[in-house]
Design a protein around this ligand. Structure first.
Ligand SMILES: Cc1cc2nc3c(=O)[nH]c(=O)nc-3n(C[C@H](O)[C@H](O)[C@H](O)COP(=O)(O)OP(=O)(O)OC[C@H]3O[C@@H](n4cnc5c(N)ncnc54)[C@H](O)[C@@H]3O)c2cc1C
Length: 343
């Protein structure tokens, strides 16, 4: 099934039924797309072949959209101590465990950069704070991250606005802390430089990396992610494209384009139209322009909204609009529209 990830944050607090945020990918068949549910075991770029556990394919065009994998095992102590915010089973476990969490210190920990959806951990902290407030529980929340500011690529103004939102809810923001290990017995996180932070309840964003099938692949760049032309999404290999979280696109100021569904979505449109043009013998015209947006859900029936041009030079130009009920409604409508439109 496809899981609509933004809604995992509502699943986590029981405000969304997890069945309602999933769609079977086999439904794509009604659009004339053949869907094979299998694991890609190898891609032979030289001979233009994809091997899966079921069958093998040769290709004229390839679109690599394998996403960023999460690797909880790459962070010492993560699997024993943390609830994983970034998958459905983790969100469901959080939902069950918070019901019994009456009092204490909750830490939302970002293990490392890059991670999917720069806003999601901050939204999670805000939503959890509202959840505990409604239940009148005495829970302190801290958000700990290696980043200097939230959503750093979007610029200082956006980052400072998110910090203000956290502070207005009494959520402590602890920046520039790179975790070294987590000790479940002592309920303590150790950071580079020797500092320690204790927790009663730990929610973690695990380390991210390329899917294993791409290890050693010729389409990887220096960053370790897939290197593409930032406008056409073509890799250095002709007619081999990549889009979404598996890519690393360097912006003018050197930072990477965030890993977010909104970009994967617009990039997919460019790639599809380029391949269509090539098949029809026309030179592709549509290019990805680096524009994107995101809702920032506060949990109190309101959402803020940030949008802008990440390809602007010398720095991305991103503006954040203040939180409103209308924007929260917009986020919920977007979820409905997305699941209906594509399936
Ligand atoms: C909690 C959360 C909230 C989010 N909220 C937002 C949001 O509000 N807005 C936003 O823009 N983005 C959001 N995102 C990020 C968004 O979900 C991703 O950026 C988006 O899904 C990326 O799409 P993708 O196609 O690149 O990768 P994915 O959606 O990860 O898809 C890649 C697929 O490839 C599969 N795959 C990998 N390796 C293999 C293999 N060897 N064989 C077969 N299949 C394989 C994976 O299992 C996966 O199904 C959120 C993410 C999370 C976790």
């Amino acid at each position: 099934s496809l899981i609509f990830n933004p809604s995992l944050l509502w699943v986590m607090v029981g405000w969304r039924d997890h069945q309602k945020i999933q769609k079977p990918l086999s439904l794509l068949q009604k659009k004339g797309i053949r869907f094979l549910n299998s694991v890609v075991s190898k891609i032979d770029f030289e001979n233009r072949k994809v091997f899966t556990l079921e069958e093998d394919f040769t290709f004229d065009y390839l679109v690599t959209a394998l996403g960023a994998s999460t690797y909880p095992d790459r962070q010492k102590g993560f699997q024993e101590a943390a609830y994983n915010l970034y998958d459905l089973s983790g969100a469901l476990k959080i939902r069950e465990a918070i019901e019994k969490f009456e009092k204490g210190r909750m830490v939302v920990l970002i293990s490392s950069k890059p991670f999917k959806c720069p806003a999601a951990p901050y939204e999670a902290a805000l939503i959890l704070s509202e959840y505990f407030k409604r239940k009148r529980r005495d829970v302190e929340i801290e958000l700990v991250t290696p980043e200097p500011l939230p959503m750093g690529v979007a610029g200082q103004d956006v980052g400072n606005m998110v910090v203000s939102l956290l502070q207005s809810r009494g959520i402590r923001f602890v920046s520039q802390h790179q975790v070294e290990s987590i000790d479940q017995t002592k309920k303590e996180i150790s950071f580079q430089g020797g500092e320690r932070i204790s927790f009663d309840f730990l929610i973690g964003i695990p380390p991210h990396g390329i899917p294993q099938v791409l290890n050693g692949s010729p389409i990887l760049g220096e960053s370790g992610w897939v290197k593409v032309n930032k406008n056409t999404l073509e890799t250095d290999l002709e007619n081999v494209y990549a889009l979404g979280d598996v890519t690393a696109i360097k912006l003018a100021a050197g930072k990477p384009l965030p890993k977010a569904g909104v970009f994967a979505h617009f990039e997919a449109d460019v790639v599809a139209k380029s391949i269509e043009a090539k098949i029809n013998g026309i030179s592709p015209k549509k290019e990805f322009d680096g524009k994107g947006y995101c809702f920032i859900e506060l949990g109190n029936g309101k959402a803020a909204y940030a949008s802008g041009n990440f390809y602007a030079e010398p720095d991305p130009v991103v503006k954040m609009k203040r939180a409103s009920r209308f924007r929260h409604w917009g986020k919920a409508q977007f979820e409905k529209w997305w699941l209906r439109k594509w399936f």
